[in-house]
Write a protein that binds this ligand. Structure first.
Ligand code: FES
Length: 260
């Protein structure tokens, strides 16, 4: 992160001033320095408004990539809070600091050689058993994941349960930043989901059939046809394509069956 040079362009300055008049400004403290920013902005936008150019700690801006972990404290509150900067809106007198990277232990492994035995996880992450069940991780999770429960499942060797409970994890690392036991929950969960996906969940037969059909050239002619159309036609085809309804039954088929 770096702070922009003061804006010397009068037109841009005028636009900025106009926006300031239109929006109520509130004071916030970013990395210890006071700024006035429009009410209603997310922490991320408030930082940019204040002049920060985010080259780390900023990715999807939609609460999905986990790049924008942030800690803040509100006036009169002893408690350090955590949030995603792209999701949490600023409040008056908030003290804000971003932690876009948290140095957590990530085990190295050759995934091809791993089985679904719980001991694999225990061996790679022995600190799993340092969990004191304080639940700080769950309270810190911006995704509402029952982090402690997922860790308990892993301790009991239930990789499937841990994978399912942690499905919405975006790897922001905020759980780890609050953990007394120094666990890297999000890396452990990633391993659990990998093992679950590759070794526990039954193979999807329809997917294997489709991969076979594609590799045998069943769709080559249609792909060649698509390659012939220009960008606008391609967009039109995409926008007008028949989409499977959300509540379609197992026997649903598109009207155009040429590609089945
Ligand atoms: S920028 Fe991706 S989660 Fe906030």
């Amino acid at each position: 992160m770096s702070v922009k040079e003061e804006n010397k362009n009068p037109a841009e300055t005028a636009v900025k001033e106009k926006k300031q008049i239109a929006a109520k400004l509130i004071p916030v403290y970013i990395m210890g320095k006071r700024y006035e920013v429009p009410e209603g902005l997310t922490i991320m936008k408030a930082m940019e408004y204040a002049g920060y150019i985010l080259i780390r700690g900023c990715g999807c801006r939609g609460g999905t990539c986990g790049a924008c972990g942030t800690v803040y404290r509100k006036p009169g509150d002893y408690k350090l809070q955590v949030a995603l900067a792209c999701q949490k809106t600023v409040e008056p007198d908030m003290y804000i600091a971003q932690i876009p990277f948290f140095p957590a232990n990530r085990a190295l492994y050759d995934f091809a050689g791993l089985t679904a035995a719980p001991e694999e996880v225990f061996k790679l992450y022995p600190e799993l058993f340092r969990c004191v069940a304080c639940n700080s991780c769950t309270k810190a999770c911006p995704q509402g994941i029952e982090v402690m429960d997922a860790i308990s499942a892993l301790k009991q060797g239930n990789i499937a349960e841990a994978a399912q409970l942690s499905f919405d994890c975006i790897q922001c690392g905020l759980c780890t930043s609050r953990c007394f036991g120094e666990l890297a929950q999000y890396h452990m969960f990633q391993l659990a989901r990998r093992i679950y996906g590759a070794r526990i969940v039954p193979r999807a037969e329809h997917l294997a059939e489709m991969v076979k059909a594609v590799s045998e050239g069943k769709y080559d002619r249609f792909l060649d046809e698509l390659k012939q159309v220009n960008e606008d036609e391609l967009k039109k085809l995409y926008q007008e394509r028949e989409v499977e309804p959300m509540a379609a039954g197992e026997d649903w088929k598109p009207k155009d069956t040429r590609y089945l």
